[in-house]
Design a binder for this molecule. Sequence first.
Ligand code: GLV
Ligand code: GLV
Length: 329
Amino acid sequence: MHSIFVTRALPGDFLSKFGSAYSVKVYPYDRNITKDELLTYVKDCSGLISMLSDPIDEDVLAAGKNLKVVANYAVGFNNIDVAAATARGIAVVNTPDVLTEASADLAWALLLATSRRILEGDAMTRDGKFRGWAPELLLGMPVYGQTLGIIGAGRIGRAVARRAKGFGMRILYHNRSRLAAEVEEELGMTYVGLEELLTESDFITLHCPLTPETKHLIGAAELAKMKPTAVLINTARGPVVDEAALLKALRNKEIFGAGLDVYEREPLLTPGLADLPNVVLTPHIASADVRTRLAMVDMVVEDVIAVLEGHRPSNLVNPEVWERRKGDE
Ligand code: GLV
Ligand code: GLV
C-alpha cells in the first residue's frame, strides 16, 4: 500500500484516479498547511503532492523517511529544495506545458486591464460615476503596434509572444540563452540585452523562474530605465521584482502602471500597493482556468503513480535521481 499526502484539496474527482493500492490523505482545511503540520503529515507517506505555497525544505524532506516523490501542483518549483531532495534520492516533478496557455492568457489580461484602465472604469461605472461619454475619460496607453519586452523566453514567454503577433507588436526578448534562429523568426522575437529591453519596451512582462540570479531582477535601477509610459506585468514570481522599489516608481509615476499576479511576500502585499490606482492586482491565478487546473491534477497523479511503480515520470525536475537509481539496479 502506497501512502500519499496532498497538502490541499484539488479540483475534480482526483481521489478516484488512484487505484486501490493507494491510501490518499488530503489536508482537511481550506488554507495553506503550516510547517509543523506538514512535518507531521509527511512522516508516513511515500508520495507528497505539494502546492507552490508549501516550503518543501530539508526539514520536511528529512521528516519524510519513506518519501520517494514530491509532486508540485505548479510549474514553478522554487518552493522546493531540489538539491536536498536529489541528495535523498527523492524525485521532484511539476506541471509544465499544460498551464502555458492559461498563464499567457492571464499575462495578457493584466496587460490589457492595466493599459486600458479597466478596473478604474469598472469601479466608476458601478459607482454611478459614469456621467456620459467624454473625450478624455480614462485615457490609457495604446497596445496595438507597441513594443513588448519579454523577460524569460520559456514556454510561457513564447506563448505571450504568439498572442502579441495579433496585436501587431514589435517583440523584444531577453533570456539566459538565445532561442534558435528559426524560433525567433517564427515568433518574430528579437533578442536584446536587458538594458535595451528596459529602455525600448512599452510593456515589460516577466516569465523567468525565481532563482538566486533572478531575485530582484527588476529593482529601482531597472525601473528608472523604463519609459514613463511603460507597463510592467509580473505573472512569474513575486521576488523577481523589488516590490518596495516598484511601489515607489508607481507612486512617483516613473512608469505608467503594473499588473501583478504574484507578490514578494505572498499573500501579503507591500503596504500602499493596494491604494494605487495604476496597478491591477490578481491573487496568483495565472493557471486558474478549469481545464488547466484539471489537467494539472492528471499530471501530478500520473507522475506520482509512475515513480511509486518504478517508472520514470514525465516531468522529472531532478533526472539525476533516476540516473542514479538506474545505476543501482
Ligand atoms: C504558478 O505560479 C505555477 O508555477 O504553476
Ligand atoms: C514554463 O513552462 C516556461 O518554461 O515558461
